[in-house]
Structure formats: C-alpha cells, structure tokens
Design a protein around this ligand. Structure first.
Ligand SMILES: [Zn+2]
Length: 312
C-alpha cells in the first residue's frame, strides 16, 4: 500500500531545447521539448511540493522569455487538475534556487520551505562577487533569493544541512553539493514507508534530465561520437520529440499517466520514454530503476554539473 500519490505537473515548456544542454557533450544532436515541471506529493495528511516553478512576471518573466519558455500556467490552474489550491500546500522541498524551481514562493502562502543551507547561502555569496563572475547567475532571479530570506525571517524556511530522514513520514532529503548548483538537493520517497524500501521514488530536480544520464555508458561523450566532422554532417535532427524527464525519475507508473498530445492546457504531464512517442503507463522501465538510481546518483551528478570544481 503506497503512502503517497506522486504527480509530476508540467506548468510550461521550451519547445526546442538543444540536446547538448541535457546530455553532456551531445553536441549537434538536434532539439527536444523541455517541460518545466514541479511535483506534488499527496498523502499522510500532507500536500507537499518539490519545487514551485516560477512566476511569469517581472524578472521571472524576463528569464522565462530568455530561455524560450512558453505555455506558462499558474499553480492555481495547474493544481486544480489535482483538486488542490496553492494554499493547500503545507510543505515545499526546493531542489535548488534556479528561477524555474524557486521562482514562485509567493503563490504558496501556507507552505514551509526546505532548502539546503548551502544553496541559499552560496547564492548570496555569488551575488556579492565581482561582475566578471556573474555568468553564474544566468538562471537565478536575485529576487527569489531575497524572497527566500524573507521566508526565513517569517520562520517559514528550514535550512537543511545534509541529509534529513523522515522529513515527512517516509520522505528523505539528500544533498548533492557542488553539482548542478552549490547545494542541490534530491528527494527520496519511500512509498511503502519502510527504511529498506521496495518502492522508492527519486525526485531529482535538475540533477538528472533524461534516462541517458542514468543508463548511458558514458560513450555519448566519446571521441567517436563527438569529434567526427564527417559524421556530424550526416546527422539528421531526430524527428521524434523525446521528453526531458525533469524533476522525477521514477520506479513505476501505476498511479497516473498523461494522454499524448494534450499539453496545450495545464496538465499532469508525466513520463515518456526517451525517443518514444508512447507515454509510459506502467511499463517500459526497468523495475529496479529507482534502486539503481540511488547507486548511480553521485557519479552522474557530475555529468550535469555546472560548477564541478568552483572554489568554495
Ligand atoms: Zn537548474
């Protein structure tokens, strides 16, 4: 018996995102749709979110436009699909402070927010650095950091220092320092509530984008694949659109699925296998995936690292 239902909610998307932004070293391989998502975890008398997306206004709107985001919908529109209102959300786990994950705290007036202490502290630090280093801020809305500080002032921010077990029953938080960001965090849902769970779901934020990040042997970045101009010329852009799996890499899909082709309205847009037109219902993934993911995570974080060795 599962404790929680877990919903991946698409609130916007980028129609054509370069694949090399999703898979390390995969240059000149065309484009993919890039959904912008957050996750709802519902059960045990809680309604929790993993990330809150961004608000398409002011600097958030500027960043959204800059990244080519379209089809933005507010949390109230999106959560309505799950019969909830933003004010019903009591807990938010922030994977990292990029604008598309931490950019809409104002829309969740009742929630307590969890973020790694290093994440919020280091973005303050980054802002204080000289102009020549401000490339780091490419996906940060400084206003979001200020709103985070405001949350702290109002006792609605919990700064986490490393792992935190059972933050809600069966839900654990884990840091991935100096990976995608300074203090990225991923969420583990042990959905049978057991400490050695057979029903583990990993909500990875931007630490994992696509299945290739997990299952690839690494040869995507090999010399044969990248540095052959002849081959590059012959590559055709894949006609199929493969959905970027953001935020969630999951073990199984029994609870929900999304019918293909209805992404024009706010939707519960869920998982799709890479390079497939078929949305996954309860098939298509290695059943041991989630457990493998946990083993794989540390090494694969590096693949997606923006600042792998930035000095502390
Ligand atoms: Zn990010």
């Amino acid at each position: 018996m599962a404790n929680y239902s877990i919903w991946v909610l698409e609130y916007a998307y980028v129609p054509n995102y370069h694949v090399s932004g999703i898979i390390y070293g995969y240059h000149n391989q065309g484009y993919r749709k890039l959904p912008y998502c957050y996750v709802l975890i519902k059960g045990k008398h809680h309604a929790a979110m993993v990330d809150v997306g961004y608000n398409h206004k002011e600097f958030g709107g500027y960043l959204g436009d800059k990244f080519g985001v379209i089809n933005w919908h507010s949390p109230s529109e999106v959560l309505k699909e799950c019969s909830l209102r933003p004010e019903d959300i009591d807990t938010v786990f922030v994977t990292h402070a990029h604008f598309d994950h931490f950019g809409n705290v104002d829309d969740f007036p009742k929630a307590k927010f969890y973020i790694q202490e290093r994440e919020i502290a280091k973005w303050v630090w980054a802002m204080s650095l000289p102009e020549r280093t401000q490339w780091m801020m490419v996906a940060i809305d400084p206003g979001d950091v200020l709103r985070g500080v405001e949350l702290a002032k109002n006792k609605r921010l919990v700064t986490v220092n490393g792992d935190l077990v059972n933050v809600l029953p069966g839900i654990d938080l884990h840091p991935a320092y100096d990976s995608h960001t300074f203090g990225s965090m991923w969420v583990e849902v042990r959905n049978d509530g057991k400490s050695t769970s057979q029903d583990t779901w990993v909500l990875a934020g931007d630490l994992i984008y696509v299945y290739e990040n997990l299952s690839g042997s690494g040869d995507l970045v090999g010399v044969e694949k990248i540095y052959n101009p002849e081959r590059e010329r012959k590559i055709s852009v894949p006609s199929k659109v493969a959905v970027k799996i953001r935020l969630a890499v999951v073990q199984k899909f029994t609870a929900w699925y999304h019918p293909k082709g209805t992404l024009k309205k706010p939707t519960i847009a869920l998982m799709q296998e890479p390079d497939s037109d078929t949305y996954v219902s309860n098939s298509g993934l290695n059943p041991s995936c989630a457990l493998r993911q946990i083993d794989f995570l540390p090494s694969h974080f590096l693949f997606l690292s923006l600042f792998p060795s930035f000095p502390a």
